[in-house]
Every structure is written in structure tokens, then in C-alpha cells.
Design a protein around this ligand. Structure first.
Ligand SMILES: O=c1ccn([C@@H]2O[C@H](COP(=O)(O)O)[C@@H](O)[C@H]2O)c(=O)[nH]1
Length: 479
């Protein structure tokens, strides 16, 4: 059976082959010249592609966990897509007119609905989000609520953030970064076209800084608090230490040092230590682990003033994680200031880890969202992770996330999947730039692995990430 990733790869190639995705020079409605163009109108001529689009969009809808009574496609390209989804899954559909009729009911929304019904919007491509917004406004004018929208392709030019600010959560089946990385991997695109397209997207965004955005719980983030303020005002002593380090060293960079040799790990940490606020380990990757490694790591943390984060991603029942955190070969709680946990087993995981970590002043991050393509940490699952964090702030200090999930300044948002160049790897990792993670997605800390460890000059790269991350943070303060 083909994996979901292979399915998506094949689907992207198919869209390219039928010229629903084109590269070249295209004049957009706005007059801007774009190196990429999506013409999803052609898919109506390919019933197999229509079926696949409807199936992939339905899978994404189910994964999101969003609740709705009816479905409305944004006219015109998404109308047949919405029709297929509704017919295949037995959901009622609503149609939005673009112009009111000048006879009869003059209604802008056709179909049966009641006040307060929730309608899911379906769209083919999102750029700024304006077409989804217009459709939402027409529905809302008829007292139909809109809380979620699903798009086949997100061009990643800020539509998602802009819609979320207005209370509409946007889910996508594929993103432009995924299209670029798949086509490049399949030798369908040259790297200069990929680079030109990435540059175009970065230069033509429609959203503002995270400071104006809304958190998923609906509350506005009033003002971005500086690291200096958070070093004093945050409740958890570990969070205050982290912000104090970030303020003193002028860095929001966490290096992920995913090595198999202790010597390589310690040597690099000694060199890069001055530029980071955190060092993240996967200690079980080491082939030659001894307790000396964690002792040396602690010595380096002291020497260069950074905290240690063991990316253990605990995910079992309370009793098991209690023993794993405290004991075993690695004795994680004895040396790692921070660790993390999946919310999947339920709140018992937090209580168990807290029993071990709280007396030692340790902190835990909930893995609320992931960077890998097709991951399942979305929708209701993410919301449950946020709730677990917000109700356990004496031990849970924040999230591993891809977006700003809580307006509470006590909770730190750390974002992995960061590279200077957007794109991905061949195993599903997806990258955004430091600037995008901080200014648009609201990250407090950026986590960089191979962007530093996989290049010939890791110290130079660390300095570059430090500078990009910190200037993006300063930018959020100025807005
Ligand atoms: O959603 C997640 C959660 C954790 N990670 C971890 O971060 C680093 C990223 O490494 P790169 O080399 O920068 O891709 C790695 O240790 C992952 O296990 C993540 O990438 N995404």
C-alpha cells in the first residue's frame, strides 16, 4: 500500500503534468509578475484528479477534527470540488452567488440552512485569503457561522495567518513548499526556479507580524513582551532563566545536535555554545553514550550559559514515563533542564513527569504541532495539548509548535523545521525560514539542526541563524 507521502508526491506530479501547476512568468490580477501559477480550473477535465482532490481534502478535513453542518465552495473553481466532497461524503452543500439575482429571493446563499449553522468553506488555492473571507462574509450575513476552511493548495503568502486573525482556521492539503520540494526531488524543476519562487513568495506576503494575530483560544495577543520583561514577569523560574539568557546573549536560537558520536557532539557544542540559548539533544542517538557525556554537556552549559533540552518526546502511560524520565541509562531528569511529551496518553503523562521533574526545577514542553508533512498533531489534538499546558503551568513551560497557540506569555513556543532556505527533506521534514517562524508564526525560539550541523562551517551558520532569528524578534517588538 502506498504511504500518504507517496500519494501526495504522485498527486503533485500529476498536477504538474496536467499543467495545473506552471512555472514561468505570469502576470497576476494585481499586475505583479509571478514565477509560479496555479490553474486548478483544468482539473474538471480530469475525473481521476477530481476524485483524488475530493478524497485528499476529505482526509484533511477529518484529520483537522473541525465540526460543521454544511460545506460551501468558493466560486467558481472550488464549486465542483465542494460538490464532489459533499456527494461522496453525504454532506449538504451551500452555494454562494457572486452577484445577487435581481428577481426572486435575491439571496446570496443558495441551499437550506438555519441561523447558527456552521459551514465549512472549501477553496482551491489560497494566497491572501480574500476569496475565503468574501465567502465567509456572505455566509455570516445570513447568520451562518464559519470557523474553518480547507484549501487544496496554500501558497504560503500569509493567507492562513490573515484568516486566523479573523477567527477562521485554515487547513491545507499541500503547500507551495511541498510542491517545490517534491518537484525538485523528482527532477522536474531546476534549483534556480525553486530559489526564484521561494524569493517571490517571501517578497510578496499579505500578512503582518504575529503581534497582531489571534491565538487559537480566540484571545488577542495584546503586545509582544520583550525577553527582558519575560525574564522578570514569567511565573516559572526556568522560563525566567531562559529569557534572561536570551536577553543577555541576544539569541533565540536552539541548536539541535543530532549526532551519533559524543566527541563530535561535545566539540560542536563547545564551539556553538556562545551563540545559542538552548542545546537540544536526542541522547539515544549516541552510539558511545556514557554518563560522562551528560556531565560534560552540563559543564559546557555552565561555561557558555545555555540550557539543555532533551527532545525525548515521552508518549506512554504515567508509570512508564516516570521511570523513563528518572532512571534507565540516561537519567534524563538529572541533567536536562527541559524535556517534552506528546499529549496522546492524556493528562496523566504530565502528572507523572511533573512528579519527577518539578522537585528538580525542570520544565516540559507539550508537542502540540509538528513540522513533518502529513502529521496528525492538528485540530482538536492541538487544542487538547494547549489545555494541558495552560492547566499545568507549574511544570509545563510551553510547546513544540508551528504557530502561536496560546496568548499566555508564560508559555514558550519553540519551532523546529527551520532553515534559511524554505523546502524540505526526502523524509517529510518541512522547513520555514527563521523570519517566517518568528514574525508570522509567533515562535519564541527557533530550533535548527542540519542548517547548522550539516554544513561545512557550523559556527558561521549558527551566527547567521542567531542574527536572522534575533532581528526577526526585534522586528516583532517594533510593530
Ligand atoms: O515537529 C518536530 C519536532 C521535533 N523536531 C526535531 O527538531 C530537529 C530538527 O532537525 P533539522 O535537522 O533542523 O530538520 C530534529 O531533532 C527533530 O527530531 C522536528 O524537526 N519537528
Amino acid at each position: 500500500m502506498a504511504s500518504q507521502e507517496t500519494n501526495i508526491d504522485n498527486f503533485i506530479v500529476k498536477l504538474f503534468e496536467i499543467e495545473a501547476i506552471k512555472f514561468g512568468t505570469f502576470k497576476l490580477k494585481s499586475g505583479i509578475e509571478s514565477p509560479v501559477y496555479f490553474d486548478l480550473r483544468v482539473i474538471v477535465s480530469f475525473p481521476d484528479v477530481m476524485n483524488q482532490v475530493a478524497a485528499l481534502m476529505w482526509e484533511a478535513i477529518e484529520r483537522s477534527g473541525c465540526k460543521f453542518k454544511s460545506i460551501c465552495g468558493v466560486p467558481y473553481t472550488a464549486l465542483p470540488i465542494a460538490t464532489c466532497i459533499c456527494v461522496q461524503n453525504n454532506y449538504p452543500m451551500l452555494i454562494r452567488r457572486k452577484e445577487a439575482k435581481d428577481y426572486g429571493t435575491r439571496r446570496m446563499i443558495e441551499g437550506r440552512y438555519d441561523d447558527g449553522d456552521i459551514c465549512l468553506i472549501v477553496e482551491d488555492v489560497v494566497t491572501s485569503g480574500s476569496s475565503v473571507r468574501e465567502t465567509a462574509q456572505s455566509l455570516q450575513a445570513e447568520k451562518v457561522k464559519v470557523t474553518d476552511a480547507i484549501v487544496l493548495l496554500d501558497r504560503e503568502q500569509g493567507g492562513k495567518t490573515a484568516l486566523e486573525r479573523e477567527g477562521i482556521k485554515l487547513y491545507s492539503v499541500i503547500t507551495l513548499s511541498q510542491v517545490l520540494s517534491t518537484l525538485q526531488r523528482m527532477n522536474k524543476l531546476d534549483s534556480d526556479i525553486v530559489d526564484r519562487t521561494i524569493q517571490f513568495i517571501q517578497d510578496n506576503r499579505f500578512d503582518g507580524p504575529a503581534a497582531d494575530s489571534k491565538a487559537s483560544n480566540g484571545s488577542s495577543i495584546q503586545k509582544v513582551m520583550s525577553h527582558k520583561e519575560r525574564a522578570v514577569k514569567c511565573c516559572h523560574p526556568l522560563v525566567r532563566s531562559l529569557y534572561s539568557i536570551m536577553n543577555d546573549k541576544e539569541t533565540n536560537l536552539c541548536m539541535s545536535v543530532d549526532f551519533t558520536s559524543s566527541e563530535d557532539l561535545l566539540q560542536l557544542v563547545d564551539k556553538v555554545g556562545p551563540h545559542v540559548c538552548l542545546v537540544k539533544t536526542h541522547i539515544d542517538m549516541l552510539e558511545d553514550f556514557t554518563t560522562d557525556v551528560t556531565q560534560q554537556l552540563q559543564r559546557l552549559a555552565h561555561k557558555h550559559n545555555f540550557l539543555i533540552f532533551e527532545d525525548r518526546k515521552f508518549g506512554d502511560i504515567g508509570k512508564t514515563v516516570h521511570t523513563q524520565y528518572q532512571g534507565g541509562m540516561y537519567k534524563i531528569s538529572s541533567w536536562a533542564h527541559i524535556t517534552n511529551a506528546h499529549p496522546v496518553p492524556g493528562p496523566g503523562i504530565v502528572s507523572a513527569l511533573a512528579e519527577v521533574g518539578k522537585p528538580l526545577g525542570r520544565g516540559c514542553l507539550m508537542v502540540a504541532e509538528m513540522s513533518s508533512s502529513g502529521n496528525l498533531a492538528t485540530g482538536e489534538y492541538t487544542k487538547a495539548a494547549v489545555k494541558m499546558a495552560e492547566t499545568n503551568k507549574d511544570f509545563v513551560i510551553g510547546f513544540i509548535s508551528q504557530s502561536r497557540l496560546s496568548a499566555d506569555p508564560d508559555l514558550v513556543h519553540m519551532t523546529p523545521g527551520i532553515k534559511i532556505q524554505m523546502g524540505g527533506d526526502s523524509l517529510g521534514q518541512q522547513y520555514v525560514t527563521p523570519k517566517m517562524a518568528i514574525t508570522e508564526r509567533g515562535a519564541d525560539v527557533i530550533i535548527v539542526g542540519r542548517g547548522i550541523t550539516g554544513v561545512s562551517d557550523p559556527v558561521g551558520a549558527a551566527k547567521e541563524y542567531k542574527q536572522a532569528g534575533y532581528s526577526a524578534y526585534l522586528n516583532t517588538l517594533n510593530h
